[in-house]
Write a protein that binds this ligand. Structure first.
Ligand code: ADP
Ligand code: MG
Length: 329
């Protein structure tokens, strides 16, 4: 490593952290030393964003800094965990100081909001790639998992679906509509951390919607050994989404909401005898929740209209290594 790398760390990465009493050793040593509170389990996840796959070169660096951390925080939200520490590995093609400063401004702002300390990382030269390892904790045995859904449980989703996918489609086709709201949903997603934590002991299973509802719900179903029936009339769509897709065939807009990625909402299941408890606490949440279907015996997701006729969404959720990749996600 060069002195340039060290000054980069001192100037841009070290200031991007918040002080936490559970950080014994942070940036600057060979490794961080961290203290997990008594009675808690460590919850860890790592995610990479690659230029050309997850974002294009023209994305504002501040938005990228936000999103790099937000996608990791969303994983902790889906586990019901409280975030604490992050490691940031950056591969940079050039030493563009203004770019790094703007990236870190976006990263640090979100980190500060959730009291996440940046406790280390790695800085290398190479194609632009950003990796965050996030650490959080849950009280012993209380993590939300994918494998707890049972037939009869109700399926819920937070917020609205399809906004980010619509923004991506608009951006790549040069079309606009829906104002800045849709673009913000794509560039600066909101991890549902409060909801995730509040779902501990209430939800039987949970996942964050990063690749599209149908595909992500399928992960819950596979892990739990069950199927689901989704009432497509109940899929929550934002006012800007409805406005921007007003001229589309209804099936096309609905398919986008069902399979589009990057929303970072939570999808979760709740046993019938916990619905009233859920309603009571959900009134205080910063994100609305909507009941969209039911867990059933069997496997896979079936979608139907209110009148009972079935609906087959066009397209599937994104898979990096599928033979026919549909779009980056
Ligand atoms: P080492 O060679 O021992 O891995 P490095 O030179 O890679 O040390 O890093 C020096 C210190 O700076 C370490 O504490 C490391 O965690 C931290 N660090 C390096 N890059 C970053 C980064 N992008 N963000 C936060 N901390 C970083
Ligand atoms: Mg290193």
């Amino acid at each position: 490593m060069s002195s340039g790398e060290f000054s980069l760390i001192d100037r841009f990465f070290r200031p991007g952290t918040v002080a936490r009493p559970d950080v014994v050793v942070g940036i600057g040593d060979d490794a961080a030393v961290l203290r997990v509170p008594d009675g808690h389990e460590l919850v860890v996840s790592v995610d990479t964003l690659n230029e050309g796959v997850h974002f294009t070169a023209d994305v504002a660096p501040g938005a990228l800094g936000h999103k790099t951390l937000a996608v990791s925080l969303s994983d902790l939200a889906a586990m019901g965990a409280e975030p604490a520490w992050a490691l940031l590995a950056v591969s940079l093609p050039t030493l563009d100081e203004a770019w790094i400063a703007a990236f870190m401004a976006g990263f640090s702002r979100l980190a500060g909001e959730h009291r996440v300390a940046l406790v280390g990382g790695d800085t290398t030269r190479g194609p632009l790639a950003l990796t965050v390892q996030i650490h959080g904790f849950v009280p012993f045995g209380r993590a939300l998992r994918r494998d707890g859904a049972h037939p009869g449980d109700h399926v819920y989703v937070t917020g609205t679906l399809g906004d980010a996918a619509l923004a991506l489609r608009q951006r790549s086709s040069g079309r606009v509509g829906g104002g800045d709201v849709l673009a913000r949903r794509l560039d600066r997603p909101t991890p549902r951390l409060l909801v995730g934590r509040a779902l501990r002991g209430l939800a039987s299973a949970a996942i964050d919607v990063s690749d599209g509802l149908i595909g992500d719900l399928a992960h819950i179903l596979a892990a739990s050994g069950v199927g689901a029936r989704i009432d497509v009339d109940r899929i929550p769509r934002s006012a800007p989404f409805v406005e921007a897709t007003a001229g589309w065939p209804v099936e096309e807009a609905l398919s986008l909401a069902l399979t589009g990625g990057d929303d970072y909402e939570l999808c979760f299941t709740v046993p019938p005898d916990r619905l009233s408890d859920l309603d009571r606490v959900a009134a205080d949440w910063d994100a609305p929740i909507r009941r969209i279907g039911r867990i059933v015996d069997g496997e896979g997701v079936t979608c139907r209209w209110r009148d009972g006729t079935s609906f087959e969404p066009a397209g599937t959720s994104f898979d990096h290594f599928a033979s026919a990749s549909r779009r980056p996600g």
